[in-house]
Ligand binder design. Sequence first.
Ligand code: ADP
Ligand code: MG
Length: 389
Amino acid sequence: MKTVGIFGGGQLGSMLTQSIFKLGGNVCIYDESKNSVCSRQVAKFYQGSYHDETCLQNFNSNCDVLTYEFENIPYSTIFKFNHKAIPEATILKICQNRIYEKQFLKKHNLPIVRHIIIENEHNLEEQLSSFTFPLILKSAKGGYDGKSQYIFNGEAEFKSLATQIISNHEFFPAVAEEKILLTKEVSCIIAQTQDGNIINFPIIENIHLDNILDYSICPARINTDLSKALIHYSTQIVKAFNLIGLIVIEFFLSSTSPNSDLSLENTNIFINEIAPRPHNSGHLTIKAFNLSQFDVLARILLNMPCNHPELILSGSTCMINIFGESFLNNPNGNLNFHNCALSKNLIDLNIYGKAPAKPGRKMGHLTVNDIDAISAIELAKNLKASLCQ
Ligand code: ADP
Ligand code: MG
C-alpha cells in the first residue's frame, strides 16, 4: 500500500490521516513542532524545519505521494518534490499569496472584492488615499484565522496604527480590500480525481466571529440558483488550476439592497480566498456525508475513484469550533463533557489534544444534527457552553 506524506501535523492532517488509514494507506507526517496534533497518533513522524534538506529527503524517500494541510509551507519545499505533490506546487504558490490569488482570479474573470496592491510600506498613507474606507489591510502571506489583518473603518483609525504597521516590514507586500457588507459567507469543497472526475460537496454556510470561523451549517440557507452559480465558479477554478486534489473556496455574498433576499439576481458574489486543502468548514462532512472531505482527498492521494459525496442526514447539521477560551474559562482547565455525552443529537466531538489553550486557538469542534438550522445552531451553542459549566 502507498505511503502518503503530509506536510503539517495539525488537526486537518490528523483527520486526513484517519481517512488514509481506513483505506489501508500509510502516513508520514512532517512538522516543525514535535508536539503537533499528529504526533499523538502517527507511527512515522518527522520533526524538522521546512528547510532542513536531510530531514526533507528522508521524509520524501519514505513517501509515494505528498500533500499539505496548510498553505504556509515554503513553496520551494513543495516544488522540490513536485512530481509527488497533490495539489501541485503552483497551486500552493497562488493560494499562499493573496496578491497572486487575486491576480489569478482576475485573469480568469472570476468576481473578487475591489482592492489595491500595496507592494511596500513607502507612502502607505498616500497609496491608501486613492482608496475608500472602510477597508481591510491584509498581509499577502502568512495570515490565517483573521491574523495579519487590520480593519480600518475610517482614516482616524488608520492614522492611529500607521506607524506601527509601517515599522512591521514582514507585513508587506499587502492588499487593501474594500470592507464589504456581508450578508452571508459560504464555502464550496471541490475536488478532481486523478482520472479527471470533478466532485463537489453542497455549499456550506459559515458564521464568523472576530474574523474566525465560529460555526458552519449544512445545507447552507441559500436557494438552488445561487448554489448552482457558486458551484459553477468553483468548477471554473478547478479547471483553471488543472487541479488534481481537493480545494475549498470561500465566498462572500452581499445583497444588492438591505431588504432584498439572497436570490441570484439580488446577490453580489465575491471569491474571498482559496484553500488548497481540506477546510475547517468541512469538518461536518465527517458525519453528515457518506464520504468526508478527508475521505475524498485520501482517495485522490491513493489514486482511487470517487463518487459525489451524498448527504446522509436529513434536517440540518451544525459544526461549532471549540476555542482555547472554553478551556481557560474552566476553573480546572478541563472541559465538562457531561451534557455532550448525554445528547442524542451530538454526532461528532473531536478534541485535538493541543496545548497550551490560548484565546482564539482552535482546540476542537463538535457537530450536531437537528430538524432545522435554527435548532441545530442553538443546540451546538448550548452544548459548547456546557463544556465549561
Ligand atoms: P483568513 O485567511 O484569516 O481566513 P480572510 O480573508 O478569509 O482571512 O478573512 C477572515 C474573515 O474576515 C472573513 O471570513 C470575513 O468574515 C472577514 N473579511 C475578510 N475580508 C473582508 C472584506 N473584504 N469585507 C468584509 N469582511 C471581510
Ligand atoms: Mg478565510
